[in-house]
Design a protein around this ligand. Structure first.
Ligand code: 5AD
Ligand code: SF4
Ligand code: FES
Length: 347
């Protein structure tokens, strides 16, 4: 099956609506292997803080959820987790947290980035996933050593975005942040949730067209998983299976945009025990093992049934290695593995 880069949203939607997806997924996996080999790149995920100024209607750690015990890792703890990932040859790390917009936080991240960059240089990929910030903040973090940024658009349809966020959360602002990040020289990743209440196949087709038209380098998509302590919990799910549709979205994205990095997200494994392996077999090439200290993991539940909540970094390392080998793939130990789409653009 050949998918043209200029495929129309209507054609994308037609493919996504077809639940007979064995050939689609197999072709996407062939494409992944042809271009990137039988290799999976790792990004060690450090969940630095669950304090969040936002109130997204779907998220377990939204500011409005008073049941969450809030934490913030210290600078030393973050550097220690990064060091563990580097020494275990993960190749890159992701610093993720709820959205905090203040100088104390900006300066803390800046110091942490400087320490990590001084220690590991360009050998360790450093990605941030710290939400919407001003251009000045993004610039400071880039100068301190971050070179990739993840900011999911959540849905490319501004109307759907408005239905799953409070009125003061703006789709336009988010999109502008993606443009700013790109302009500042970051390798940029975005993504969406799949199976949102009211989401249609046309919305998802629009998501793939958005990834293409925005020229993003990295994509992370996962099934939406209702969290009981959120306003969106009671809303009805769409008719399609979020799990199967996520695998189809990964496959179609790989065929449409062969040279981007696509993550097989942990949320897939919250639905099926081999969810992340199936994501790889559908064309994804990146996995983000959790390297957050064990004691904080239970407080970073964006969605229920999150895998690896009771495990530590060492255990996940062994577990993931076995999982990846079980499907005949290898881990790209020690490789930064920047997306082919961005080669030549990074520092
Ligand atoms: N189900 C699935 N994914 C979620 N996220 C937040 N809440 C949920 C949920 N209930 C995702 C969002 C966010 C990323 C960090 O986690 O897409 O961008
Ligand atoms: Fe905060 Fe991100 Fe959750 Fe929204 S999705 S409430 S910004 S942590
Ligand atoms: Fe964390 Fe399997 S990857 S327990």
């Amino acid at each position: 099956m050949h998918v043209d880069r200029d495929i129309t949203p209507a054609e994308l939607a037609k493919i996504l609506a077809d639940s007979d997806d064995t050939a689609l997924r197999a072709e996407a996996y062939r494409q992944k292997v042809a271009l990137l080999g039988k290799k999976v790149a790792l990004r060690g995920l450090i969940e630095c803080s669950n304090i969040c100024g936002k109130n997204c209607l779907y998220c377990g750690i939204r500011g409005g959820n008073a049941k969450v015990v809030r934490y913030r890792m210290t600078e030393d703890e973050i550097v220690e987790a990064a060091t563990w990932a580097a020494e275990n040859r993960y190749g890159s790390i992701v610093l993720q947290a709820g959205e905090i917009q203040n100088e104390a936080n900006t300066a803390l991240v800046e110091r942490v980035l400087t320490r990590i960059h001084t220690q590991f240089g360009d050998d360790l990929g450093v990605t941030l996933s710290l939400g919407e910030q001003t251009e000045d903040v993004y610039r400071r973090w880039r100068a301190a050593g971050a070179h990739r940024y993840l900011l999911r658009i959540e849905s490319s349809n501004p109307e759907l975005y408005a239905r799953i966020h409070p009125a003061d959360h703006s789709w336009q602002t988010r999109r502008e942040c993606l443009c700013t990040l790109k302009r500042l020289g970051y390798i940029v990743g975005t993504g969406v949730m799949i199976g949102l209440p009211g989401q249609t196949v046309a919305d998802l087709a629009g998501d793939i067209a958005f990834f293409r038209d925005e020229g993003v380098d990295m994509i992370g998509m996962g099934p939406y998983l209702p969290h009981p302590e959120t306003p969106l919990a009671a809303a009805a799910a769409p008719a399609f299976s979020a799990y199967a549709m996520t695998l189809r979205m990964i496959a179609l994205t790989r065929l449409c945009l062969p040279d981007v990095n696509i993550a097989s997200t942990t949320a897939l494994q919250a639905i099926a025990p081999d969810g992340r392996e199936q994501g790889i077999l559908s064309g994804a090439n990146v996995i983000m093992p959790n390297v957050t200290p064990r004691k904080y993991r239970e407080e970073y539940l964006l969605y229920p049934n999150k895998p690896c909540t009771h495990e530590d970094s060492e255990l996940c390392r062994g577990c993931l290695g076995r999982r990846i080998h079980s499907i005949g793939e290898e881990i790209a130990w020690g490789e930064r593995a920047d997306p082919l789409h961005a080669r030549g653009e990074e520092r």
